[in-house]
Design a binder for this molecule. Structure first.
Ligand code: ATP
Ligand code: MG
Ligand code: FE
Length: 353
């Protein structure tokens, strides 16, 4: 089978087609980064309108890349949440209309499940695996027991990891999105120059906290202002490197705790640590997680960079995983701004949000 996947939950408009044997037959994506960069973050209203403007031609582009027509796909999957509701509605309504017109099943994909299963599109990873899900809006440690079966070990009590990158970059004037900007500046910076907080480190459990980081970075920048009359390029690189190190330390420490729970509670036959979501594109983090996994006898998997940040292929693939176990969704299934992953049988309209 082949599945068409549609992603519109944030600031990427994307459509892709994947096959059951893990071939990405088409992958079309329009990043709205330029439209939002001037505002220093995603403006929901602008995002929703841009999805309307671009989705149609991206779907046509994906079909023509795959040399297919709509009747050749077996189901249409779209992100149905969580995300910015205006954008989610654009994708969901488009997918439903296409499914109705073509007489194909519609599959409502949880965006987080898209991230969570994305590593399985490019590698054969057995359940249960330990997942560090780090994106713009989420930061969680989960045991992925199977499709639709997630056990959450911990999550952020304030900001997401990507949000911490984005907010720090914004206050340092490094631009949007912040993750890539911080990573670039950090390359020529000293990660030890500024001592930034690592909340919850070595505390029991697997929760995260990043809100103290922004304040500490702001104070450090203000101190430089008053001591030397400004923040120079050198300082910016050192601040970026110190920020990246602090976020990395938190992620590594919490993941270390999660590994103990995962190994103890699940005794997996093929233990694996998997990272997914936009922040998984961070090269330093990937390296650190590689050695962490090695130290604990786990295999390590990270999706290729293009599959880390939002894209249509991960939605098509999550749709494929659900299609293969016989699941699809009714045409009256809702668009959900909030939709926790570790929840069986998502309730309809308005409940559990
Ligand atoms: P969510 O998936 O939680 O709904 P989202 O879809 O907006 O949020 P993603 O597209 O998965 O998030 O990831 C975007 C986030 O990843 C942004 O916060 C961005 O700064 C971060 N990011 C992207 N590349 C990197 C990188 N190289 N290093 C660190 N962070 C990065
Ligand atoms: Mg994005
Ligand atoms: Fe995402």
């Amino acid at each position: 089978p082949v599945i068409l996947g549609i992603e519109t939950s944030c600031d990427e408009t994307a459509a892709a087609i994947v096959s059951a044997d893990k071939r990405v037959l088409a992958h079309a994506l329009w990043s709205q980064v330029d439209a939002h960069a001037v505002y220093g973050g995603v403006v929901p209203e602008i995002a929703a309108r841009a999805h309307v403007d671009h989705l149609d031609h991206l779907i046509r582009q994906a079909l023509s890349q795959a040399d297919m027509q709509l009747c050749d796909v077996d189901a249409i999957a779209a992100t149905a949440g969580p995300g910015l509701i205006g954008g989610v509605m654009v994708g969901v309504v488009t997918a439903k209309a296409m499914a109705l017109g073509a007489g194909k099943p519609f599959i409502a994909v949880n965006h987080l499940e898209g991230h969570a299963l994305s590593p399985r599109l490019t590698a054969d990873i057995a359940f249960p695996y330990l997942l560090l899900l780090v994106s713009g809006g989420h930061c969680q440690l989960l045991v992925v027991k199977g499709v639709g079966r997630y056990h959450r070990l911990g999550s952020t009590i304030d900001d997401a990891a990507g949000e911490a990158f984005d907010k720090t970059a914004k206050l340092l004037g490094l631009g949007y999105p912040g993750g890539p900007a911080i990573e670039l500046a950090a390359r020529s910076g000293d990660p030890k120059r500024f001592s930034l907080p690592r909340p919850l480190t070595n505390k029991p459990g697997c929760n995260f906290s990043f809100s103290g980081l922004k304040t500490a970075v702001r104070r450090a920048a203000e101190a430089l202002e008053s001591e030397q009359g400004g923040v120079h390029d050198r300082d910016l690189c050192d601040l970026a490197a110190s920020t990246q190190a602090a976020i990395g330390d938190c992620l590594i420490n919490r993941t270390k705790h999660a590994i103990a729970h995962y190994l103890g509670d699940y005794a997996p036959e093929a233990p694996a640590l998997v990272v997914a979501g936009g922040v998984a594109a961070n090269e330093t983090l990937r390296q650190r997680l590689t050695s962490l996994a090695q130290d604990h006898g786990l295999a390590f998997y990270a999706p290729p960079l293009w599959l880390c940040t939002d894209n249509g292929a991960m939605i098509a693939w999550a749709g494929m995983e659900r299609f293969q176990i016989g699941q699809s969704d009714p045409l009256d299934s809702p668009a959900r701004p909030r939709w926790p992953l570790d929840e069986t049988a998502p309730p309809l309209y308005g409940h559990g949000q």
